[in-house]
Design a protein around this ligand. Structure first.
Ligand code: GLC
Length: 386
């Protein structure tokens, strides 16, 4: 289907969690977890004047890392909008910043031909009806109406949008949110859009969070589109104390695991209140970019391979090529089992250097390899099928 093709080909995107909570630097759930009264929380808007925010810097960083789309939190569970809204005063346009950050983001994405995603939280903690629907049905109704109006604004005021990434429907169902009606409206306004599964309706794609679905070799993954969203440390929103950064190797391995299961990898950054992305995230994205520069052929448009990577790593595939991602370099020889295809030739993707391939039954031997891994993280060996 034409509508979903770009998403399957993209494989790699950036998630951005940024809002008032970034000022406190204790994650995007800070208002709820620390029970900050809404009046007190609202005061943060007075301080939200991100001097160093530059959407182009964000988008370029994503683009250089080989990412093909971005999903930005236009509004998280705290209800603060990074866009102009007629139905709320709690926005970056009507408070200190006086800027429509969503508009700036959209413009930068178009400049870099980056596909554009909007994250939008249906729930809004500021409504008492969210916390107690039974007792406060009017407030609940107001919250739902606001969500419908704001989604309409997002779908009407920024040109073509590629992804609508809902969140925060729980604990209520699709009926409570009138999700069917909401999504019918969205599709009328944006016929090409992809919608995730978090309005409590399946729609276009699944969103495993902080994990990558796996399946036994014989079992097929769901044919439905899916995208794993994952953090670089332990938080989505900026968290000053969280130093638990995943290694670049781990992040690249996660990407390959997603592609090898025909899924996408949405990797998160949590910019600081001044609009800059934390240095450890920049460092990792740049390192991923260095690897992607030489090896992106094994990612974009790629999917599941005909056979697995055995002891040394993972495989992805495209057309008549299987890409063997070697994370554990074994020295001069690699043996893969369960290879039913005839292999015509092999070479190292980054250097084009030929390797020798021979087959004995279903065992494939790749020989004449250098003693030391050419790429310390993931050396990709291309195997051409007959
Ligand atoms: C969860 C969290 C939220 C985060 C999201 C990302 O639903 O509530 O803070 O934005 O996951 O997938």
């Amino acid at each position: 289907m034409e509508r979903i093709r770009w998403f399957e080909e993209a494989r790699f995107g950036m998630f951005i969690h940024w809002g008032l909570y970034s000022i406190l630097g204790r994650g995007e759930w800070v208002m709820y977890i620390e029970k900050i009264p809404k009046g007190e929380y609202a005061q943060l808007a007075k301080q939200f004047k991100p001097k160093r925010f530059n959407a182009k810097t964000w988008v370029k960083l994503a683009s250089d890392a080989g990412m093909k789309y971005i999903v930005l939190t236009t509004r998280h569970h705290d209800g603060f909008c990074l866009f102009d809204s007629k139905v709320s005063d709690f926005t970056s346009v009507k408070t200190a910043a006086k800027r429509d950050f969503v508009a700036e983001y959209v413009k930068a994405c178009r400049k870099y031909r980056m596909k554009i995603g909007f994250y939008y939280s249906l729930l809004d903690w500021r409504f008492s009806g969210y916390h107690n629907r039974e007792k406060e049905p009017e407030s609940f109704k107001e919250m739902v109406e606001q969500a419908h109006s704001q989604v309409k604004e997002l779908m009407s005021n920024y040109g073509k949008i590629d992804i609508l990434w809902y969140d925060g429907a729980w604990p209520y169902d699709a009926e409570a949110w009138q999700s069917k009606k909401l999504n019918d409206m969205v599709r009328k306004l944006q016929p090409h859009i992809l919608i995730n599964n978090r309005s409590q309706l399946p729609e276009d794609f699944g969103t495993p969070e902080q994990h990558i679905p796996t399946a036994a070799p014989e079992t097929k993954f769901p044919t439905h589109l899916w995208e794993s969203c994952m953090t670089m440390n332990d938080n989505w929103g900026y968290s000053a104390g969280d130093k638990n950064w995943k290694s670049t190797r781990q992040l690249i391995m996660n990407l390959i695991r997603c592609v090898s299961g025909e899924g996408n990898y949405l990797l998160n950054v949590g910019p600081k209140p001044d609009g800059t992305i934390p240095l450890p995230s920049i460092k990792r994205l740049k390192e991923i970019g260095v690897w992607m520069k030489e090896n992106k052929e094994s990612i974009h448009h790629a999917g599941r391979a005909h056979f697995e990577g055995g002891m040394v790593g993972l495989t992805t595939a495209k057309n008549n090529k299987v890409y063997l991602h070697v994370f554990r370099w074994p020295g001069e020889e690699i043996c893969l089992a369960g290879v039913k295809n005839k292999i015509r030739s092999g070479y190292l993707l980054a250097s084009n250097k030929k390797v020798s391939v021979t087959q004995k039954g279903e065992r494939l031997f790749i020989q004449g390899l250098p003693q030391k891994a050419p790429d310390a993280i993931d050396t990709v060996i291309v195997l051409k099928l007959r």
